[in-house]
Design a protein around this ligand. Structure first.
Ligand code: FES
Ligand code: CO
Length: 339
């Protein structure tokens, strides 16, 4: 009885929850990491079981069997149906329980025997889940299907921080030449060029032309001028598409970055390094470059307090080159995503 109350309570809590992040798409992992058998992932503090049905379509359930609260991710999939590890109750992809082995063969399966199912889509080699009603589509990554681009997936970044902190770091210009001196800029040239931010329909758009050092490795395309124009699209709540064009060579790099908020203080970032050159080349140098940057960033971001971005702009000191940070706080707040 107590168990039923607990499970019902959890399910009611899902339907009543006021967490506005439930109503957005979030990446939960690389498609390639989800096979037929269920895998547990944690999103917004909730344990989920992701598995594949007979058509190979990704399915996402609350990782909880309504019978005795067992994690469905311990179960086994066969013939496109997920059988709970404990007593074998068997669910189809829509969460309907088709079979309860302990019942007599002709006894009906109660309608309340259901798994809690969430919207689940695959896009750009990632599985995306929405725990509520989506307020916006999955963010755009137009180069994904475009010919002439090669995409290198970086190992996921598991950071002890709130997702907006991770997102903001990705688009913070002021730190590039300072923290990443010699890699993404130089301490001799830190002035942030003027830029405007357009906020519309849950996206922030801004462009910035800057000089990058013609360093060994990734920026050897920057040429003698070293100028690069960066076009950003930040999609609420936690995704960034950045297209960088080197003026001297006309070549482009694209970074697609989407963050899974595991909880209020743990986040996982999924990042593609894409390029329209060196199409047969080794991805490792691009991925390793990104890893070097990410490790420099991680230490800083994990130290930031408060853990959440402050809602009150007066709680921080913003200068004019922090325009994106201010626009991001305002946009999050307009959707109730900053409290
Ligand atoms: Fe899942 Fe009993 S707990 S079938
Ligand atoms: Co950085």
């Amino acid at each position: 009885m107590a168990n039923q109350t607990y499970i019902r309570g959890l399910i009611e809590q899902e339907s009543r929850s006021t967490d506005p992040l439930l109503d957005w798409w979030h990446p939960v992992g690389w498609s390639a990491d989800f096979g037929e058998q269920p895998t547990q992932v944690v999103l917004l503090g909730r344990a989920l079981a992701v598995w594949r049905d007979a058509d190979g379509a990704a399915r996402c359930f609350r990782d909880l069997c309504v019978h005795r609260g067992t994690a469905l991710s311990l179960g086994k999939v066969s013939d496109g149906k997920l059988a709970c590890a404990y007593h074998g109750w068997t669910y189809d992809g829509r969460g309907k329980c088709l079979a309860i082995p302990q019942l007599a063969a002709d006894a009906p399966v109660p309608a309340s025997a259901r798994a809690l199912v969430f919207a689940c889509e695959e896009r750009y080699g990632l599985v995306w889940v929405c725990l509520g009603t989506p307020r916006a589509p999955i963010p755009d990554f137009p180069e994904w299907d475009a010919p002439g681009f090669r995409h290198a997936a970086c190992p996921p970044y598991a950071w002890q921080c709130a997702a907006p902190r991770m997102v903001e770091n990705f688009t913070d210009f002021g730190h590039l030449g300072w923290l990443h001196d010699g890699l993404l800029g130089s301490r001799d040239d830190l002035e942030v060029p003027d830029h405007a931010v357009q906020t519309e329909d849950g996206t922030l758009r801004y462009s910035l032309t800057m000089r990058v050092p013609a360093a060994e490795g990734i920026n050897d395309l920057s040429g003698p001028n070293g100028l690069m124009t960066n076009d950003y699209v930040l999609s609420l709540p936690h995704a960034i598409h950045l297209r960088s064009r080197y003026h001297d060579t006309g070549r482009s790099r694209v970074l697609f970055f989407a963050v899974r908020p595991d909880s209020a203080t743990v986040s996982t970032g999924f990042c593609y390094q894409s390029r329209d050159f060196d199409l047969d080349g080794d991805d490792r140098r691009y991925v390793e470059f990104q890893e070097t940057l990410a490790e420099q960033d991680r230490v800083v971001v994990e130290s930031q307090r408060p853990e959440e971005l402050p809602l009150d702009l007066a709680d921080e000191l913003h200068l004019k080159f922090d325009r994106v940070a201010v626009a991001y706080r305002k946009a999050l707040s307009a959707y109730g995503l900053l409290t």
